[in-house]
Design a protein around this ligand. Structure first.
Ligand code: SF4
Length: 466
């Protein structure tokens, strides 16, 4: 029986427009990244540095988080701890209700996607609008982001033009990006002005100064965090870093890996609410620290490197599965290789374990990762754990690998098995069906490989003796 995941994959593969949009966007991003890292030695050195910074932060997570909390409080930022998504939502709702907030404007944040904040606030009659252009587009179309950096990457400009016309009643010349951006800007500017609360994510939080860093290109992050009277920042606890000295390395790795830029248009450093005598900035700043399974991951020696992720999206752009099926097919908050690693750990194998199957272990994601996360190894470990936790000890997969191992451990068995396969190789069994549904089964060679080698060496010897 086909699972929901495989049905979504089939739909994505059959959608030629979607595949074309992804192919174009992925090629563009990969080329830009390659140009940004054209000096291989520099890239490797920077990568090593970045990996060491992130590993160190993960090792010292409790200490750095305590320091961050203390320093933020000293600066006047109110700190809240949330064990899971539900608790984080309630904390944010509580702050909103205290301010009688009816309108919220959001900067781009995957953590808020993780806890499904928009739906939660809307259930409590608080209007929540996305201010990142990509997020705004997917929200308008009742969709979820399909990429962690570029949420609307699955749509082309013609589709967005149609969407604006249908949902906003505003027509723009087809494919005119500037006109589309102009529409978004006009609508969002007004929302910034009237928002009661601004919500953002956090790219990095500096422990020793209590500073929240937001990396962005559109200026919407700066407006979301400064225009409304209250700013709430939601961050996964792994985003903490020790000091500002390590920030340039991570910033360089993040922007180059994500969009191929040497630097982003905006780097916001938020250290306090508006101070006495200052003319702008929020009167209150709240920081919600989200665990949602991260503390457990940090305790697991084999999996803790998951938390080193700086959410650049490069692993997705290099994954042959993601680039063909796109983000929505995964049906999860985080798609692609990082999603395959994060989702089963925070939601469990029962709910998200199937994502682990969408990987050929080709290794491209691990090579692209700017902080040296060995994603293929993490996927292998999680597959193993998933199998161990499965109630059926003898799944089809286990049985196949059991037989494979036996055959490869015993030469005589190997010879018999290959002999049998050689005898039956010309039978058209149309198997395996999953593979042949979209491909033609290769024709079997007339002669087995072993026989070919034997024949060749016989001919060679014969020639030498002549
Ligand atoms: S796992 Fe590595 S490549 Fe993928 S998003 Fe995270 S930092 Fe980027």
């Amino acid at each position: 029986m086909k699972t929901k995941f495989s049905k979504r994959i089939e739909l994505a593969l059959a959608d030629s427009q979607l595949r074309m949009n992804f192919r174009g966007a992925m090629d563009f991003l990969r080329n830009k990244r390659q140009l940004a890292f054209n000096d291989v030695e520099e890239w490797q050195a920077l990568r090593k540095k970045g990996a060491a910074i992130r590993q160190d932060a993960i090792q010292r997570l409790p200490e750095l988080l305590t320091q961050l909390e203390h320093q933020c409080q000293q600066n006047g930022i109110q700190v809240h701890w949330a064990e899971d998504g539900n608790e984080a939502n309630k904390i944010i709702l509580n702050i909103a209700q205290q301010h009688n907030a009816k309108q919220v404007i959001k900067g781009k944040s995957m953590a808020t996607e993780e806890i499904e904040l928009n739906d939660f606030l809307e259930k409590h009659e608080i209007d929540c609008i996305e201010s990142d252009m990509g997020e705004y587009i997917v929200q308008l179309d009742n969709e979820k982001p399909s990429h962690i950096i570029m949420p609307a990457i699955h749509k082309n400009t013609a589709q967005i033009t149609d969407l604006f016309e249908k949902k906003l009643g505003i027509s723009t010349p087809s494919g005119d990006v500037d006109a589309l951006i102009g529409v978004g800007r006009r609508i969002l500017r007004e929302r910034f002005e009237h928002a009661d609360i601004g919500i953002s994510g956090v790219n990095f939080a500096i422990a020793d100064t209590g500073t929240l860093c937001l990396v962005e290109n559109e200026g919407n992050g700066r407006l979301s965090t400064t225009a409304p009277p209250v700013h709430i920042a939601l961050m996964g606890i792994e985003k903490v870093i020790p000091n500002i000295q390590v920030l340039p390395t991570l910033q360089r790795l993040l922007t180059r890996s994500a969009t191929g830029q040497h630097i982003t248009s905006y780097l916001n450093l938020i250290s306090s609410p508006r101070k006495k005598g200052e003319l702008d900035g929020p009167k209150e700043v709240h920081l919600v620290l989200l665990d949602n399974g991260r503390a457990n991951i940090s305790q697991d020696e084999k999996l803790q490197s998951t938390l080193a992720c700086i959410r650049c999206g490069a692993c997705m752009n290099h994954c042959p599965v993601y680039t063909r099926i796109g983000g929505h097919a995964y049906g999860s908050t985080y798609p692609g290789p990082i999603g395959q690693v994060v989702m089963p750990q925070i939601k469990g194998f029962k709910q998200e374990g199937e994502l682990l199957d969408a990987c050929s272990l080709n290794g491209a994601c691990g090579e692209a990762c700017p902080v040296e996360i060995d994603l293929p190894e993490l996927i292998r470990t999680l597959r193993h754990r998933k199998q161990e936790s499965s109630s059926t000890c003898w799944s089809k997969e286990v049985f196949i690998w059991f037989v494979w191992t036996k055959i490869h451990l015993h030469p005589w068995l190997y010879r018999q098995a290959t002999l049998l396969m050689a005898v039956f190789r010309t039978l058209n069994l149309n198997y395996p069906k999953g593979w042949t549904r979209t491909r033609t089964m290769p024709k079997a060679a007339k002669m087995s490989l072993h026989r070919q080698v034997r024949e060749r060496s016989k001919t060679k010897k014969k020639k030498e003796n002549e």
